[in-house]
Ligand binder design. Sequence first.
Ligand SMILES: Cc1cc2nc3c(=O)[nH]c(=O)nc-3n(C[C@H](O)[C@H](O)[C@H](O)COP(=O)(O)O)c2cc1C
Length: 194
Amino acid sequence: MNPVVVGISGASGSVLARRAIEALLERDIPVIATCSSAAQMVWQEEMEEPFREALARWRESPHFTYHTPGDLKAPIASGTTPTAGMVVIPCSTGTVAAIAHGLSSNLLQRAADVCLKEGRRLVLVPRETPLSPIHLENMLALARLGVTILPPEPAFYLHPRSVEDMVEYIVAKAISALGLPGFDERLRYRRRGE
Ligand SMILES: Cc1cc2nc3c(=O)[nH]c(=O)nc-3n(C[C@H](O)[C@H](O)[C@H](O)COP(=O)(O)O)c2cc1C
C-alpha cells in the first residue's frame, strides 16, 4: 500500500499526532512523517515523552520514515512519489494559510501542495479558537478545492470519559477521511450502552 503522509504542525494537540502515527503503524500502514520546528516546540510544552524519543520508537517500525521540515529533496516533495494522501494533525492556522496560498516554504507545506496538485486526499485538523475571518476564509478556500477540514472537536454524544477517548475519536475521524477502511469502527466505541 502507498504511504500516508503525516504532517505535524505547531498547533496545540501534539497528542493527536502521536496517536495518528501509532494507529497507522499498528495496522502496518506505511507512514512518512514530517514535523515543523514550531510543532517540536509545542510538543515539548505538551508531552511528557520528548519528540526524539517518540521518533526513535516509531523508527523501530519498518513502515515508518521521517524527514526534517527543511528536507525539500525528500520524495514527498515530488508528485512522482505515490502516496495515499496526507493528514496534517494538528494543523496550525499558519500552515492552513500557507497551504491555501501555495507557499510551500517547508516540506510539510510542499507535501500538502503536492497533494493538491496531484488531486490526492488532503485532511487538515486545524486547532485554534476563536477563528478569525482570515482563518475561516483560508479554510473555505481549501474546502472548495476538496480538502477535508476536520477540527479536533469531541463527540460529546459518545460520552467520552477521558482525553484519550476524545483523541481516539478525532484520530479515527481524520484517518477515515483519508478513505482508509477499518478506522470508522472506532468511532462507535464507548457509545453509551454498547
Ligand atoms: C505552546 C504553543 C501552542 C500553540 N498553539 C497553537 C494553536 O493551537 N493553533 C495555532 O494555529 N497556532 C498555535 N501556536 C502558534 C504556532 O506554533 C505558530 O504560529 C507557528 O509559527 C506555526 O508554524 P507551523 O505552521 O510551521 O508549524 C502555538 C505555539 C505554541 C508555542
